[in-house]
Structure formats: C-alpha cells, structure tokens
Write a protein that binds this ligand. Structure first.
Ligand SMILES: *Cc1c(COP(=O)(O)O)cnc(C)c1O
Length: 434
C-alpha cells in the first residue's frame, strides 16, 4: 500500500485527505474512538479553529457546535478570558513540579461552590479522578466491592469500564478486550434508577447524578436520596461523578441541584476550560487518607498544571448566577424547538433536559436506564439525523449516546438556526422512513 502523502503545496486541505493520513499513524485516525464517526458513518471533519458557538473545519465549512469538547466548552470556543489567562500563564512557564498559587485558588473556588466539598486533589483527566476516587474509597473503608450503574461512564480505567456508556457503547462493544476478569471482579453493575443492594462489603457506590453518557437520563425522584440512605446504612461511600454535571447544572453542580451530598466527588471537563484537568475531593477526614497525609498513593507530573488551572479559574469566574440562567434558557429554547421539529415531521423523538444538559432519543418514551436507551438507539435514526444536521452546518456529537452541550456563546440566533436545520433534517429522516 502506498504511503498517504501530504497534499502538494497550494492544494486545498480536505478532511478526507487528513483522515487518510491520520489513519496511517493513529489507530482509526483519532485519539479517542467516538471521533472516528464509526457510529454515524462518513469521514470526520477536521477542525481548523473554533470561536464562540462555532467551529470551522479545514475546508472552511462552519458548524454550530454542540459537541463543545463533550462538556469543557461551557463558555464556547476560545473565549477571550481563557485565551488571555492561558497565554499569560504560559509566558511564566508551563509546568514546574512544584506547587503554584493558582492550584490553591482553583481548589478554593471549587470548594466554595460545592456544598460539603472541603478538600480536593487536581489530576489531569476525569478518568484519573474516578480511578483515584475508587482507590481512595477502598483505602478509607478497607473494603473491595464497588457498585456502578449500567450506561454510566467513569472514564476508561479497567475496573470502571464495565457496562460503560458513551464511547464504549458507541463502539458497540459490550466489554473491552484487555480488561481481565480479575480487574472487574469487585465491580458490580446495577441498572440505573433502581436502588441496588448495598451491603457492608461495599466500599463505594459510583453514580453520574444525571446520566449523560447514555444520551441524557435524569435520576428518578428518590433515586439519589435512596443511594444516600443505603450508603449511610452500610458505611459505603457515595461517589458522585460530576465530571459533566459539575459547575454546569448549577454553581454547585448536581449536589446543589438535587440537594443530595455524596462523600466523594469526581470533576473534570468544565473545571479545565478545555485544558486537561480532573479533580476528586471530599471531606477533610476522607481526603486525609491520601498521600502524603495517608496511605493511599496518587500522583501526577502535570497535576495542577499552570495552564490548566489558569483556564479553569477563568472559566469559573465567568460562571455566575446569570450564566446559569442564560444556559438554561438556551437549553429550554432548543429542546422545545427540536421537539416541535420532530413533531412537525411526524418522527417520534424526545428531548430530555436537565438544567442546560440535553439529550435526544428516537421513539416515543423517555429512557430511564441503559436498556431503554439502547432500545432507542437500535431504531437507527440518530445517524441519518446527525448527517442531515451536519450537512446543514450543525455539529451534534457523532454518536447517539452523547449529550447535547449548549454554551454561553450560543445566542438565540444560533439556537433558532439549529431549530430551522432540525425541521428540515427531521423531514428528511421522515421521508427516508416512508
Ligand atoms: C468524560 C467523563 C469521564 C472521563 O473524563 P476524561 O477526561 O475523558 O478522562 C468520567 N466521567 C464522566 C461522567 C464523564 O462524562
């Protein structure tokens, strides 16, 4: 096979060319599987740049972007405050391996917003946050077993991949090669929105307080409260994976939104403003089990990175009370418009919403768990709708299990243009069905 060549000087750069070259040196042409468009078909667009609610691909096409990096882009792309903060931080050095002031400020800012959060450790991804929270829970309780829910995604560490939503589900994988039975022996998978059996051998119950990696599935009334009570009864630790919901649903994330406090939190996405960050935290007593105070080891060369903490601080500074009102108003407008578009086309679909988080399911019912989400996905309508939207300049996530992310940069005109595109796209899907 001939080596794919870079285009001749002066030749227009296309996504297809780039994808071919990418596939030669990156498995599947990407560095995270969903980006390869496997579940929607076609060639991924290669992004040239982004600004506000929009991204431009290398061919100059503009898209209204609802991917927003799968959550970090809550201010939209390249907001001036973040660009400035990161540039200023970079000029002073990008990593030291010694503590810096911004780490303290970011931790303070996070603890001030989330009720009950007293201490945290910064890491470099949500995966690390969830993996380390599990280790801490096991170390603090002296117990092995963890309970997670089918369709919830907690990153790609071995013991948490079981029945993971999002990327794993988009690949159509039921499990993952390379994860040994031993690695998941202490992981119990339960259906979302049903109270599991929690016993005295359970170290932790991990949950996405709003499941946002199997489409969007809200917690049923009483579900989070029931988990809290079961953990209190048995001494298991309740872990909220707020990597998506944190600082998005409300200033204090899902914890504030639902009024239920976990023992441990995982954060990521929004707190990095588009740079690689995660965090896990809890009470002072629990976090004291972590090295160097206690016996649970966890470390990172780039943890608390100067650029990432600068971007995170700039992001949180922009997220005041009016920001959440604006985000929610945009989401309400979009959800209503999308539902109207599907109704007008005679296509059964629901657009669940929690705060500013939106989902999209084809079919008449709103899924409450992974099985029901899978049944909706099996109708096969996401891919044609996605393609019809992309051709009209609207970028949804290239997989049916991802949420729709509105940002503060999405203006009423962007939302209305999206709804207009959806009205045509839904009609196109309906026409193909009949
Ligand atoms: C994205 C995500 C993760 C993993 O975060 P990465 O930064 O991709 O490692 C963990 N939990 C939830 C709920 C997420 O949405």
């Amino acid at each position: 096979m001939a080596e794919p060549q870079p285009p001749a000087a002066g030749a227009p750069l296309t996504s297809a060319d780039l994808f071919e070259r990418a596939c030669a040196v990156l498995p599947g042409g990407v560095n995270s599987p969903v980006r390869a468009f496997g579940s929607v078909g076609g060639t991924p667009y290669f992004v040239d740049r982004g600004r506000g609610a929009h991204v431009w691909d290398v061919e100059g096409n503009r898209y209204i972007d609802y991917v927003q990096s799968y959550g970090p882009g809550i201010l939209g792309h390249a907001p001036e405050a973040i660009v400035r903060a990161v540039a200023a931080a970079a000029a002073d050095g990008t990593s030291f391996g010694a503590p810096t002031e911004r780490e303290v400020r970011l931790a303070n800012e996070m603890c001030a917003r989330v009720p009950g959060l007293e201490m945290l450790r910064l890491v470099s991804s949500g995966t690390e946050a969830a993996m380390s929270a599990v280790r801490l829970a096991r170390g603090a309780t002296g117990r092995d077993k963890i309970i997670k829910f089918a369709g919830c995604y907690h990153g790609h560490s071995d013991s948490l991949l079981a029945a993971g939503g999002s990327g794993v589900a988009n690949q159509g994988l039921s499990g993952c090669d390379g994860v040994t039975p031993g690695a998941v022996a202490d992981t119990v998978v339960a259906p979302y929105n049903v109270l599991p059996e929690v016993d005295e051998e359970t170290a932790a119950v991990l949950v996405e307080p709003v499941a946002a990696n199997m489409g969007l599935v809200a917690p049923a009334p009483g579900f989070l409260e029931g988990l809290r009570a079961a953990c209190d009864r048995t001494g298991a630790l309740l872990v909220f994976d707020e990597v998506i919901t944190g600082f998005r649903l409300a200033r204090g994330g899902a914890t504030e939104f639902y009024g239920v406090r976990p023992d441990l939190w995982c954060f990521g996405k929004v707190i990095g403003g588009g740079l690689p960050v995660g965090a896990f935290g809890g009470s002072r007593a629990l976090m004291s089990h972590l090295a160097p105070l206690g016996g649970v080891y966890q470390a990172g060369t780039l943890s608390g990175n100067p650029l990432a903490t600068a971007a995170g601080l700039a992001t949180l500074e922009a997220l005041d009370a009016t920001a959440y009102e604006q985000l929610e108003a945009s989401a309400v407008r979009l959800a209503a418009g999308l539902e109207e578009a599907f109704a007008a086309a005679g296509v059964d679909a629901v657009v669940p919403r929690v705060g500013s988080l939106l989902g999209l399911f084809f079919g008449g019912d709103t899924p409450r768990n992974f099985d029901e989400a899978n049944a909706s996905v099996a109708r096969g309508l996401y891919a044609p709708f996605f393609g019809a939207m992309l051709r009209r300049g609207v970028a949804l996530a290239p997989g049916p299990y991802e949420a729709i992310f509105v940002s503060l940069a999405h203006r009423a005109a962007d939302i209305d243009a999206t709804i207009a595109a959806a009205t045509q796209a839904a009609a196109e899907v309906a026409a193909a069905l009949s």
